[in-house]
Design a protein around this ligand. Structure first.
Ligand SMILES: Nc1nc2c(ncn2[C@@H]2O[C@H](COP(=O)(O)OP(=O)(O)OP(=O)(O)O)[C@@H](O)[C@H]2O)c(=O)[nH]1
Ligand SMILES: [Mg+2]
Length: 237
């Protein structure tokens, strides 16, 4: 793509780089695939994914390199993502439950001092809700918004996001989860002993390994029964 050449040639300092990335983004948005060739659908998907990643991760990072880091908790439905987030924070900030899937709307927990950043600068296509999910037992269905919750349990500069699952029957959940994972500085990937070998999580981890920026890491944790020894692995993406 010609814009890529322009971008590569313009890397000199913070501002020219951001301008070059914006130029690249505009070129990606303008690209059309009018002929229905066998790989046109894949190209359109790639286009959507590229634009989303530039909007959700690259451009916000370029505008503020010392911005708060975002840890996205992702993985299979029922693996314990929401339970883990509540445990880390020490209070119920996101609903966990027996319905599969339970989490439909992402919940982002951050220190009060980082409110401005998370209110306006990341995930620009998602709206904002505030306060912990309070209704127990029913799924939260607003997938067009991210719920912001402040917590003193997290230090300033580090936020946790409880994402929808990557593998339930709800395809919108899977798409949103991928978008959120692409906006992360760190993936906290949760699985269970029963789902550890499932194809979908591994495919996502392989994609992360080949496509993630070198600064992004992925940590995989496996929820185990209380009586069993817990297992975890970490992997650099
Ligand atoms: N019996 C029982 N099990 C629960 C309850 N809440 C959560 N669980 C179980 O705890 C495990 C973890 O649940 P969650 O933390 O909601 O899992 P999750 O990964 O956030 O799931 P999704 O939001 O669907 O992606 C699952 O096996 C749930 O079925 C509860 O009130 N009663
Ligand atoms: Mg959940």
């Amino acid at each position: 793509m010609t814009a890529a050449g322009t971008a590569a040639g313009a890397i000199a300092s913070g501002e020219p780089l951001a301008d070059a990335v914006r130029t690249l983004r505009e070129a990606a948005v303008r690209a059309t695939f009018p002929i229905d060739l066998p790989d046109a659908a894949a190209a359109r998907q790639e286009q959507t994914s590229l634009v989303a990643q530039l909007d959700d991760y690259v451009l916000p990072r370029l505008s503020a390199l010392d911005a708060p880091l975002l840890v996205v908790v992702g993985g299979s439905t029922g693996s314990g993502k929401s339970t883990l987030v509540n445990s880390i924070v020490g209070e119920t900030v996101t609903r966990s439950g027996v319905l599969r899937p339970t989490t439909r709307s992402p919940v982002l927990v951050h220190h009060a001092g980082d409110r401005d950043w998370f209110t306006s600068s990341v995930l620009p296509r998602l709206g904002r809700l505030t306060g912990a999910s309070s209704t127990q037992g029913s799924p939260d269905d607003d997938m067009s918004s991210v719920r912001l919750v402040t917590s003193d349990a997290l230090p300033s500069g580090l936020a946790l996001l409880d994402a929808p699952d990557i593998d339930s029957v709800v395809s919108a959940n899977r798409d949103l989860a991928r978008q959120l994972l692409n906006a992360a500085d760190l993936w906290l990937f949760v699985t269970t002993a029963a789902r550890y070998a499932d194809a979908v999580p591994w495919e996502l981890l392989r994609q992360a390994g080949s496509a993630a920026p070198p600064s992004r890491s992925c940590w995989t944790g496996c929820r185990a029964r209380r009586s069993a020894r817990s297992a975890s692995t970490s992997r650099r993406c």
